[in-house]
Design a protein around this ligand. Structure first.
Ligand SMILES: Cc1ncc(COP(=O)(O)O)c(C=O)c1O
Length: 474
């Protein structure tokens, strides 16, 4: 087996983790966690060198341990790594390459180290630029783990009790056309959801509150793989700007060509929509911690006018920028956007074929290699099949396929694999899902937890309230 040297037996690794690592840091598959020791492309390997197909690690965007990324990091680490107070070509070269992928007015970058840092800085920029404080966020959104972002992440604060929402936070409905307020039978759901935001702005103003920003993931991931309906962002941006606020698009999960047809997921909303700030993270460094906030010259000038220097020790260091440059090169060189389009389409076709045979599949939605499978107890009520989803992801793990379930009811199977995921991988994963769904059907009607318990659910802590907590997977 290549390269891996065992330090501890798996049981000892687990014991030490439980002793020394904060208990809120959850493991995937907590009743029987995986010890992963190496990875390549779209495959991960455990301590016994058994291979798992990775359908969830969108951070390893161009594939785990891509040799060009490793080489770029190594080469630069031999030369120099220091902070951004010295001139260096990598930073400006990257800023230029990155902004070339965006509409022209998004031309100014701030380099940071995580999606959370990017979103926190975006809030500072918005508040400084507008002189306002309040934020409109979407229900079920997740924007990061720091205090300011827990405050605008209903995915987290909804679990913290009825008083957790701050008075400067306004929660708009998630633009979910399958189980949201306006569904596929609404003539123009984009306008209907945007009008709700307009109404929210008016109500906020009546109470003397002023909106600094509307923030949304360009496609909600933790919220259940939600693709906003056409026209939604443009109309929201118009309403918010009229009220003196700005639009922040969080591309931390979905940027860098994942949707295939476009480099950025917000571009699915049409050329007439341009956010004021775009935040980026996860895939940008293929696993290396770098992230970025891109904004307009006007917003950047307002930030400068505060007179406070922005310094970030690690942000934009030459090693991070060398890595990020190599990621952009690979996306192009290996035609990863084209692959996202064709493999994503094939995956959705296979899933649609499953849907004709398995009533539990209520909805399949996807763009490129960002695909959600919404599981329901019955198609009419659309009641979420939460326990079933949990069962499926545990059984898939036994079949060496890594998938997660998320959304407000933890019932949406989430595909967001490395961008080198191919047709064989898609077929393999869908065949396994098919096999598990047939097992479930054979075990009896999939309507009670009891039926699932007969299918090894005991060890999976199949208690619905607990499941919802277990299933968080950002
Ligand atoms: C949409 C979105 N924004 C921001 C973040 C925060 O990123 P990080 O974990 O790198 O701080 C996440 C993380 O899951 C995310 O999914």
């Amino acid at each position: 087996m290549s390269g891996y040297v065992q330090v501890y037996e798996k049981s000892e690794t687990l014991r030490l983790r439980e002793k020394h690592v904060g208990p809120s840091c959850k493991l995937f598959f907590s009743s029987d966690p995986l010890k992963i020791v190496r990875a390549q492309g779209q495959y991960m390997y455990n301590e016994k060198d058994e291979r798992y197909l990775d359908c969830i690690n969108n951070v390893a965007h161009v594939g785990h341990c891509h040799p060009d990324v490793v080489q770029a990091a190594h080469k630069q680490m031999l030369l120099l790594n220091t902070n951004s107070r010295f001139l260096h070509d990598h930073m400006v070269c990257y800023a230029k390459r990155l902004t070339d992928t965006l509409p022209e007015k998004l031309s100014v970058c701030y380099f940071v180290n995580s999606g959370s840092e990017a979103n926190d800085l975006a809030l500072r920029l918005a508040r400084q630029h507008t002189g306002h404080e309040d934020v409109i966020t979407l229900d079920h959104a997740y924007h990061g783990h720091v205090t300011s972002l827990i405050d605008i992440s209903p995915y987290k604060f909804n679990r913290m009790g009825p008083d957790a929402k701050k008075e400067w936070v306004h929660v708009a409905s998630s633009p979910d056309t399958y189980r949201g307020k306006y569904r596929e039978d609404t003539a123009d759901p984009g306008t209907a959801y945007a009008n709700d935001v307009k109404e929210m702005l008016e109500q906020a103003h009546k109470k003397g509150r002023k909106i600094a920003a509307f923030v949304a993931e360009s496609m909600q991931s933790c919220g259940g793989q939600i693709i906003p309906p056409p026209g939604y962002f443009k109309q929201v941006a118009d309403h918010v700007r009229r009220a003196g606020g700005i639009f922040i698009a969080d591309e931390v999960q979905v940027g860098f060509g994942r949707v295939g047809s476009h480099f950025w997921a917000f571009q699915l909303q049409g050329e007439d929509f341009v956010p004021d700030i775009v935040t980026m993270g996860k895939p940008i460094g293929n696993g290396h911690p770098i992230s970025c906030v891109v904004t307009t010259r006007e917003v950047a000038d307002s930030f400068r006018a505060s007179g406070v220097e922005y310094f970030n020790t690690f942000g934009g260091n030459p090693v991070s920028c060398a890595i990020a440059l190599s990621v952009l090169d690979i996306i192009e060189k290996e035609n990863m956007r084209e692959n996202a389009v064709s493999t994503g389409r094939y995956l959705v076709e296979l899933l649609n074929e499953l849907k004709t045979r398995h009533e539990i599949i209520g909805d399949i939605r996807g763009q490129g290699l960002f695909v959600g499978v919404d599981l329901v107890k019955d198609r009419k009520s659309r009641a979420a099949a939460t326990a079933e989803a949990e069962h499926i992801i545990y059984r898939l793990k036994e079949e060496h396929v890594l998938l997660s379930a998320d959304g407000p009811y933890s019932n949406v199977l989430k595909f967001k694999p490395p961008m080198c995921f191919n047709r064989d991988d898609a077929k393999f994963a869908v065949n396994k899902i098919d096999q598990i769904l047939m097992e479930i059907t054979q075990a009896g009607k999939v309507t009670t937890l009891k039926a699932l318990k007969n299918l090894k659910m005991d060890s999976h802590q199949a208690q619905e309230s607990k499941l919802i907590h277990e299933n968080e997977s950002h």
